[in-house]
Every structure is written in C-alpha cells, then in structure tokens.
Design a protein around this ligand. Structure first.
Ligand SMILES: [Zn+2]
Ligand SMILES: [Zn+2]
Length: 551
C-alpha cells in the first residue's frame, strides 16, 4: 500500500517540485550524483525505498518530501535525497506508469473528505487565515494538470504552491519555505470551493484580531495627529507611526501599511522644511488613510468579495470598439523566475492603461526553451499585428477581452486593426505636476482596499534631472527628476537581474545630461525608500517612437 502511494507521488513530481523544495544548486548536484550511481542503487523492502550514496543511507518512507531521511551530517535538505528521488523516479517508472493510469485525474479522497483532517495537517491558524483571505477576495491563480496543481498566491509577495494530486497538502511545497503555511491552505480551500465544499461567504470575521487591533491603533494615532497639528508633531509620534505601519504590514494590511509609510515620509519632509507643495500631499494622504481605515472597520461584517488581488482569468470582459494607443514594450523578470514581455497601451476614450503580456508559465519547468526576445521579434497579437509594431501604433480592438486589472487577452475570436501613429505622445496624459501625481497615487491606493500596493502607469515630462546614484549594498539605482515647479520624483531601478541591469545601462547611455524636456513612461510604486518611478521607455523631443529600456 505504502509503496503504491510512494509510486503515485513519484509519478506526479518533476524537476520543478524538487527545485522548489530544495534549490537549483542541490538539484544539479543531486542529478550528478544520480548519474554517477545508476538506477540499480535503489532498493526496496516492499514498504520503503532506500539508497546508499557517499557512504550514507537514504530512505523514502512515504509520499512527500518530509518522508525523506538521510544519515549524512547535513542538517537540512541534502543532494543525496535529491539523488534518491531522481533515481527512484527512474527505477519505479514501470510501476509508476500503471498506477498513474489507474489513478487517472479523479478528485482524490483527501480533497473530497471531511475538513477536520485537512485542518489538522495544514494547521488551524493557516486554515482560518486562508479562509479570511478568500472572504476578502484573494484567489490563487491555479493551473491543473493530471499530476496535480501549481498555484500562484499573490498576497504580500508572490509564492508558488505545488500540490501533487495523490498526496495532497501533506506533500505540497511552497516557495515561502515554511513547513506549513496559509498559501497551501488557500489552494486547498479554492479547490474545495470549486467542488462546492467551501463557501467564502461562510467565513464570519473577514478581519483577524491583529487586523482589528492594528486599525484601531492607527485610528487613535490619526486622532492624536489631528489634535497636535503639523506644528506640534513630535519625533515620538512619528516613531510610533513607523511602528504602526510595520504592524499593519505584518497583520496583512499592506495597503494601510504603505499609506502610513507614505504619510510619514511626507511628514518627515515637511519637518525638514523641504517642500511647501507637500502640505497638500499630507492632507490628501491623511484623508486617504482615514477613508481606508474607516471602510475596513465598517465593512467587516458584510465585506463583499472584493476584487481579487491575483489575476483570475474568468474575469475578462468582452469589449467592442476599444481604441488603444501602443506606447512601449518591456521585457521583465520576476522574483520567482517568471519572465515575460509586456506591451503597454493607453485607451484615450476610457482614460486608462492596458497591457498585453506574453509569459512563460511556471508550470513549464523546462528552462531556456522560451526566449522573450524571440517572442518580441516574431510574435503577433491574436494573429493580428506583429508585437514589435504595436508601440507607435494605433489599434482598434473590434472584438476583444480585457481583465479588470487591465490585461489584454489574445484569445481566439479577437479581431483588431492597426495603423502607425504620426505623433506617439499626442493623446497620452503627460504629467507635468509631480505633486499632483503623488496625490493621484494616494487615490489609487484606496480604490482597491485589500489589494497589494499598486503600480500606476504614468508618462511624465522631465524639466530637469539630477545626478544618478547607485548603492551597491541595496543594488538600488536612483535619479531624481523635477517638474517645472521644482517638485521632485525619484526614478528608481532595483538592479537584481540581467534585465534590470540593462535598464540601468540604457538609462545612463540614452538619457544623458539634463534630460530636459524628455518624456518617460514607467510605473509609479512604493519602494522601500519611498515613492519611485520604475522606467520602461523614453521619448525624446521629435523622436518617432518610444525607446524601450529593455528590448
Ligand atoms: Zn545526505
Ligand atoms: Zn507558503
């Protein structure tokens, strides 16, 4: 029985699972060791699989990574165990194929059964937290295959959960690295929701005790601030504010935490007498924070399922006759190894931004077979225009689908026309008042209450650029730019992969000197050090098209 369940699990896991559980380096070393040892190194007593590698003994006593054991002195995962898994997969292949065929893709018992054993194995706290997430509309992005599920959970950061079909949560991995976590619980709840076994509306308290307390403390702090006024603001109060901002982030209130931090930055600037324009900014941010905290507190008993924070493909709506201005293309790399290209477009009629994205899905484990630059050169949008012609083009989407988050779809049935633009910036909203832009960012932050802090696409016109700085410690590249009234904004690039390194290099070579009068397209977001603009493309005066910084 045990051996059959081990076989079923081995059939369902691949290199991606092993890499998420161990890491790339251990996978490589383990593979080397396995190749040197040969498949007949695996022995079985009918219940367990064992190997003897490098003079140590390894055992796999059940389905799941935590059923692995090695006698070597390594305290955590070792490459011997990776080798055991790879060898066992090879040796057991014959058995595996049969059992996998027998199991098919039916819903497994652990998923269909009573919730008590699931709560026990996932942990009550994680289970409850995942329930609250679902109540607030946090939905994992799920991909289902015959071997199981790969899910992307985007809460504060993106984490990837892999759950094998036969073994379930007991043998699941998550990139957060914790042995048990709310990400895994969220995936199980979403699977049960799809089967009608869980209803998010049944979760009574959408906010946890920590969240309620955090909101109440911030409410008291804001009252104190209002009483003291800007003149009476003490360092003790700003210190307390920082503590509350951190507490809000830790209590899963990222937007509250980010708004608090934004407010404290403005108060700090004001205290140092740096800018008059920011007094208005302080009022706006304080109002936004008040509105957000108030809505969260009031909404608790009957929070509707808020717009999800991940991307749910079902939420695309059909549009007809949407006119789009192609602006800029970018190549990007994410923290979890996701990679893709996006073409950013502006819809003048709606006054909002859209993007068309081509990406390699994390489910496809093969490395190096998908080249974003190739896709950029040869790809098309729904059998329509070549991607590389989209920037500086005008597109009429006769029939198409767009998501609530502003994604454009390339699904079959899409019909569109395109033609070249004469002036690439003619219809774009160009921001020339950076103070007002800060205010707009604060407004966007309150639009979607529980979503992670947003990235706001913007086009700015630069009156003057300051000197560039690079901090080798944090890998943070910055350049201050100012508008005609002298209000400042920071262009910031976190140089952490080849694509962001290229972006930095191009900012330095293509935007030399004062950069006066240049237009810059990018996304505005809250970085650790404050509000920053992540640049995507540049437009010099008289140029026929935007220059991408990454393609
Ligand atoms: Zn070992
Ligand atoms: Zn996790």
């Amino acid at each position: 029985m045990t051996l059959a369940s081990i076989d079923a699990w081995l059939a369902e896991i691949g290199d991606g699972d092993i890499e998420d559980w161990a890491n790339k380096g251990l996978l490589r070393r383990g593979r080397k060791l396995a190749e040197a040892s040969g498949a007949d190194a695996v022995e079985t007593d009918g219940e367990r699989l064992t190997t003897r590698l490098d003079g140590h003994r390894q055992t796999l006593s059940g389905p799941g990574f935590d059923r692995l054991d090695c006698g070597c002195p390594a305290t955590a995962t070792c490459h011997h165990l990776v080798a055991l898994l790879l060898l066992a997969k090879t040796t057991r292949m014959a058995t595996i194929d049969e059992s996998a065929a027998a199991a098919g893709a039916a819903d497994p018992d652990w998923l269909l059964g009573d919730e008590a054993p699931l709560v026990r194995s996932l942990g009550r706290a994680h289970w409850d937290r995942a329930g609250r997430w679902m109540r607030l509309g946090l939905v994992p992005e799920l991909e289902e295959g015959p071997a199981g599920w790969v899910a992307e959970v985007t809460e504060r950061a993106s984490e990837r959960v892999r759950m094998a079909r036969s073994a379930g949560p007991e043998a699941a991995t998550c990139t957060c690295g914790a042995p048990r976590c709310s990400h895994r619980a969220l995936v199980v709840l979403e699977l049960r929701r799809r089967l009608g076994l869980f209803d998010p509306a049944s979760v009574e308290n959408a906010l946890s005790r920590e969240q309620t307390e955090s909101l109440a403390a911030i409410e008291r702090w804001m009252t104190q601030l209002a009483a003291a006024g800007l003149a009476g603001l003490s360092p003790a109060m700003t210190d307390q504010g920082r503590v509350l901002a951190t507490a809000a982030r830790q209590a899963d209130l990222p937007r509250v935490g980010a708004l608090m931090a934004a407010l404290l930055d403005l108060l700090e600037q004001d205290r140092q007498g740096r800018s008059f324009a920011d007094v208005r900014g302080i009022g706006g941010t304080l109002a936004a924070l008040r509105l957000l905290v108030g809505s969260l507190e009031k909404a608790v008993p009957q929070v509707p399922l808020l717009r999800l924070t991940g991307v749910n493909r079902a939420l695309y709506r059909k549009v007809a006759g949407l006119r789009l201005i192609g602006v800029a293309a970018e190549h990007w790399q994410g923290r979890l190894g996701q990679e893709g290209i996006s073409v950013h477009c502006y819809a003048p009629g709606e006054g909002r931004w859209y993007r068309l994205t081509e990406t390699r899905r994390p489910l496809q484990d093969q490395q190096g077979q998908w080249d974003p630059v190739e896709v950029w050169r040869h790809g098309r949008w729904a059998e329509g225009p070549p991607l590389r012609e989209l920037p500086a083009s005008e597109v009429l989407l006769r029939t198409g689908w767009v998501s609530a988050e502003g994604r454009l779809s390339g699904r079959p049935g899409t019909r569109l026309e395109h033609r070249a633009l004469r002036d690439p910036a003619a219809e774009l909203p160009v921001e020339t008042d950076f103070g007002a832009l800060r205010g707009r960012f604060a407004e966007v932050m309150v639009e979607d209450l529980m979503a992670p802090p947003p990235r706001l696409p913007v086009v700015i016109r630069i009156a003057q650029a300051g000197s560039r700085q690079f901090d080798p410690q944090t890998q943070w590249w910055t350049q201050p730019v100012t508008d005609p009234n002298g209000a400042e904004l920071t262009i910031g690039i976190l140089v952490r992969n080849p694509v962001s390194a290229l972006k930095r290099q191009r900012m330095e070579t293509r935007a030399p000197g004062s950069a006066q009068g240049w237009r810059l397209f990018g996304t505005l977001y809250r970085a650790q050090a404050g509000l920053a603009l992540d640049p995507i493309a540049l437009l010099t005066d008289g140029a026929a098209a935007w220059m991408s910084l990454t393609l």
